[in-house]
Ligand binder design. Structure first.
Ligand code: ATP
Ligand code: MN
Length: 463
């Protein structure tokens, strides 16, 4: 029989009577009165395709091996389905068996598994309903990100992963070396001789592509980077990974207000794209993970964000008169409990906090006229807290040198960054969106380990 090979997603779009072959993995199997019902899934959409095998159509020896987890290609004809919740099913004429799966050993059974258990089998969890939905949403989100910037003529720039500079000046870096750790070359004073290392100096995995993106913004105007970033913060929270993906647009001639407008437009655009393209997956999250996912997202695409300064935020937190684990105090960074209060309770939508004290923000943020605060902006969303961090950059050479010194950094290491302020400096701004934080917001999942294919966290680098 000559039939066209299609995905489950395509099969649902074909007319009844189509002769097709559908390859995939068996989700479940049930035998009843001479008929075998098989749920076949190939990852193309949330919903599986029901295969109906009447006894005698497929050799017993083959059908016996079609168990949960096995891989097959089923051929047959699409027919109207009498079952609820599916328009069509496949009346099977033949099955090709690719790989069996020992049902006693296969860890994914029909009954639900905890997210914690599934994390331990990251090589198989992608075949579950939850993680199928997660990674289709993640794919749609990354597509939306590129679409948003490409439609606005941003240039995509690939910034390096290995770097010699500590962007934030905050430490928390992973070292990159080819030296033998058990036999480090020493100088006469006993210090490690980095000149003998691969790059002839200490190097690290990047914590951000921003500084290099600024170089490109000062030629192309509008650029973005989108890649992996690394932080050796040993925080072990449900919102931090050691390796995560960051989207970082950087725009010349943008002040903080322009920057905030772009961030808002960007978040609304990407959310709308996912709403339009992943309805089935979001409905699953809404039903089984977090009941407010759909209503929140639909609300956000229609509303503008809240705005307040850091100083106003501290005042509002103090006025709230509740017992905080970390009592809010001017000069201290906002904690997750504060961020969530502002977005979840005070505004009940995403809010942008601006003008943080300069002492708690990196050296590159533009200093305000009050000399106490900087042109920073953080976007906070319900459930997750900080999702975007950004700022207008300091474009004044003298002020920037001063800030680098105050941060205890060596200005010579930043010679090229300072050069950007010597040759054709312009006001410019940018922000960083943590892809996995956005994924938590979109799916309602509460642990960041469940929205990245293979999480890297303290003590965990399996797979
Ligand atoms: P936080 O206070 O939540 O640790 P941050 O202030 O260190 O965040 P930035 O340095 O501004 O964050 O980084 C930009 C964005 O990257 C953040 O808004 C967040 O979405 C994301 N992000 C930061 N650190 C992590 C991490 N360890 N794991 C996952 N995402 C992160
Ligand atoms: Mn952090």
């Amino acid at each position: 029989m000559k039939s066209q090979r299609v995905s489950v997603k395509q099969a649902y779009l074909l007319p009844v009577g189509s002769e097709i072959t559908v390859p995939g993995w068996v989700r479940s199997r049930r035998d009843s009165k001479g008929i075998t019902f098989i749920e076949l899934n190939d990852g193309s959409r949330f919903k599986s395709l029901q295969l109906v095998v009447e006894s005698g159509t497929v050799p017993d020896e083959t059908l016996r091996q079609v168990t949960t987890g096995s891989s097959i290609a089923a051929s047959g004809v699409l027919v109207d389905s009498p079952a609820a919740g599916q328009p069509v099913e496949l009346k099977v004429a033949g099955i090709e068996l690719y790989g069996t799966a020992d049902s006693a050993a296969y860890p994914l059974q029909k009954k639900g598994h905890s997210l914690e258990f599934l994390r331990e089998i990251a090589h198989l969890r992608v075949r579950s309903n939850t993680f199928g939905a997660v990674f289709r949403v993640r794919n749609a989100l990354t597509h939306a990100i590129h679409r948003f910037f490409q439609e606005r003529n941003f240039v995509y720039v690939q910034t390096p992963i290995i770097t010699a500079s500590d962007c934030e000046g905050a430490g928390e870096l992973f070292s990159v070396t080819s030296l033998k750790l058990g036999d480090l070359p020493r100088r006469s004073d006993g210090e490690i001789d980095w000149q003998q290392d691969f790059f002839g100096r200490p190097t690290y995995l990047t914590v951000s592509g921003q500084l290099e993106a600024e170089i490109f913004a000062l030629s192309f105007g509008r650029v973005y980077t989108f890649g992996p970033t690394f932080r050796a913060e040993n925080s072990n929270t449900p919102r931090h990974l050691a390796e995560f993906w960051m989207v970082e647009p950087e725009m010349a001639f943008f002040d903080l207000a322009d920057n905030m407008r772009l961030a808002e437009e960007f978040l609304r655009f990407t959310i709308r794209h996912v709403l339009e393209n992943c309805r089935e997956d979001l409905e699953f999250f809404n039903r089984y993970i977090e009941t407010s996912v759909l209503s929140t997202l639909e609300h956000v695409v229609e509303s503008t964000f809240g705005h307040l300064t850091y100083t106003e935020a501290i005042q509002a937190l103090q006025d709230a008169r509740r017992t905080w684990q970390f009592p809010p105090e001017w000069g201290q960074d906002l904690q997750t409990e504060h961020e969530r209060f502002l977005s979840e309770e005070l505004f009940k939508k995403p809010v942008i906090v601006t003008d943080y004290p300069k002492v708690i923000k990196p050296f590159y943020m533009r200093v305000n006229d009050d000399d106490r605060t900087v042109r920073a902006m953080d976007v906070l969303v319900p459930r997750v807290g900080e999702i975007v961090g950004g700022s207008q950059r300091e474009e004044r050479y003298d002020v920037l040198v001063q800030r680098i010194r105050e941060a205890g950094l060596d200005e010579r290491a930043y010679w090229w960054y300072l050069d950007l302020r010597r040759f054709g400096s312009v006001p410019h701004s940018g922000f960083g969106l943590g892809l996995e934080r956005m994924m938590m917001y979109l799916t309602g999942l509460k642990n960041i380990r469940d929205v990245i294919p293979f999480p890297r966290t303290p003590g965990n680098a399996e797979f």
